[in-house]
Design a protein around this ligand. Sequence first.
Ligand code: CA
Length: 83
Amino acid sequence: MEDIRYEHGEEVTCCLERGDVDHSGGMDVADLTWLVARLFLGGSPPPCETEGDADGSGGIDVADLNYLIAYLFHGGPLPPPCN
Ligand SMILES: [Ca+2]
């Protein structure tokens, strides 16, 4: 899945919710599992890379994992909007 494509001249992004790494429609432990697999175990990239970039930094790294853990378990801020 490409992150951004164009339909009828309008930009369409695959990103619905940043932090929903597995593109399941919500954020939970499965998203953490996907990030850990991607970062440390050679796992597949997320269906939509932008959704894996939980902190909106422009790429996927360990900071996204920390951000998502903070959000899910420690009352941290919601990941920023997709755009
Ligand atoms: Ca998810």
